[in-house]
Design a protein around this ligand. Structure first.
Ligand code: NAD
Length: 360
């Protein structure tokens, strides 16, 4: 059976920015499982229940506390560890926080990305970089059809605008400095809302639901009819890994922007999501409170994944119900030690890989 990542990660040094975060910590577990030497660069974890902490990653990877806004420090870490592959996930990742502190959102998400790319430009060991942004990088026109990589970038709230700007910085670096086969190959990856164990961010619907269910209080939802793409964190991560593996083996041909969204059946309303969570948790209730805050929340936005499906051979592997089942199991780890949590994550990764390979 063809391995979906072409076995490129075994023995490679791979640096992840944002390794203490939700997606970065899952990516670190996956890369360890693929035999990579993982280096992490980010701010310290925020919460004792974060995935990074409960998987015991501080003992398993070479983590460096640092701020991507400080070029010299990031550059020195990159020069020291000499990775061949970089995944840039460090970001201020929340829309509501971006309204509270737009400047630090812009400095982290825009200048942070510029610093990472500038450092890569000066460290020749790096052959591949995947810069992670968001589905929110597109100018949201309220279309009912999905957004393609060629659609205009934009963003009303500071987070969305920062992700669009990060895309422009990446495209500019790619065209100006990484445009021949001798240099690193650079791509950007755009995904939507993801779910999975160990995410405790505020104002994200899945962690908000779990907090309410654990405290036996009703889940409060703001926009029950808002339609969003929901996918387990392993879905976009498999896309990032597939993209990096093809960039590594075939280089510049795979540069550019890539959407990694769910299949159509996983684009459902907040209400449908919450009802499925309650069903699988086995208890709970919800109430609707539309007046909870005054900030604007964008309407429908979904991603067209034809490019990734046709050119990368990537496609989502989990049904809507499987996405929720994986995530609920991963949140129910309070009685497990970090070895057991790590093993559970690996088991889900292996189940996911089998499913993905069966679809190839
Ligand atoms: N989680 C989602 O639903 C989602 C959806 C779309 C896009 N994304 C994008 O995926 C990436 C990862 O998101 P996440 O959900 O893991 O976010 P997260 O908030 O869980 O983690 C963010 C990570 O970035 C690090 N970080 C933040 N500011 C930093 C700074 N100045 N210097 C160094 N490190 C810094 C944090 O320490 C943490 O490791 C982000 O680029 C985010 O915008 C996430």
């Amino acid at each position: 059976m063809r391995h979906i990542f072409e076995n490129v990660f075994r023995g490679q040094t791979v640096l992840i920015t944002g390794d203490t975060g939700f997606k970065g910590s899952w990516l670190a577990v996956w890369l360890l499982n693929l035999g990579a030497n993982v280096v992490g660069y980010s701010l310290p974890p925020k919460n004792a229940k974060d995935n990074y902490v409960i998987c015991g990653l501080s003992r398993r990877i070479a983590h460096v506390n640092g701020d991507v806004r400080v070029f010299d420090h990031f550059h020195s870490v990159l020069s020291k560890h000499k990775p061949s592959i970089v995944f840039h996930l460090a970001a201020q990742a929340l829309v509501l926080d971006s309204y509270e502190d737009p400047l630090s959102t812009y400095s982290t998400n825009v200048m942070g990305t510029a610093n990472v790319l500038e450092a890569i430009r000066h460290v020749p060991s790096v052959k591949v970089a995947v810069i992670v942004t968001s589905d929110k990088c597109y100018e949201n026109k309220g279309w009912v059809f999905p957004y393609r990589e060629i659609d205009p970038l934009g963003g009303d709230d500071p987070y969305s605008a920062s992700k669009a700007a990060s895309e422009i910085v990446t495209c500019s670096y790619s065209r100006s400095f990484f445009n021949d086969c001798e240099k690193a190959s650079i791509a950007s990856a755009r995904a939507g809302n993801v779910i999975g164990g160990g995410d405790w961010a505020n104002n994200r619907i899945f962690p908000d639901c779990i907090r309410a269910l654990e405290s036996e209080t009703p889940i409060v939802i703001r926009n029950p009819e808002a339609v969003r793409p929901w996918q387990h964190v392993l879905e976009p991560l498999s896309g990032y890994l597939r993209l990096a593996s093809l960039l590594y083996t075939q280089r510049i041909e795979f540069s550019g922007a890539w959407n990694f969204g769910p299949s159509r059946q996983n684009v459902v309303t907040v209400k449908q999501l919450v009802e499925e969570i309650i069903k699988q948790w086995g208890a709970g209730s919800y109430v609707v409170n539309s007046s909870e805050d005054g900030y604007k929340e964008a309407g429908r936005l979904s991603l067209d994944i034809s490019k990734a499906v046709n050119k990368l051979g990537w496609k989502p592997a989990l049904s809507f119900v499987q996405n929720i089942q994986f995530a609920i199991e991963e949140y129910k780890t309070d009685t497990l030690c970090d070895e057991e949590v790590f093993d559970q994550r690996v088991e889900h990764i292996e189940q996911y890989t089998k499913l993905s390979e069966s679809l190839c």
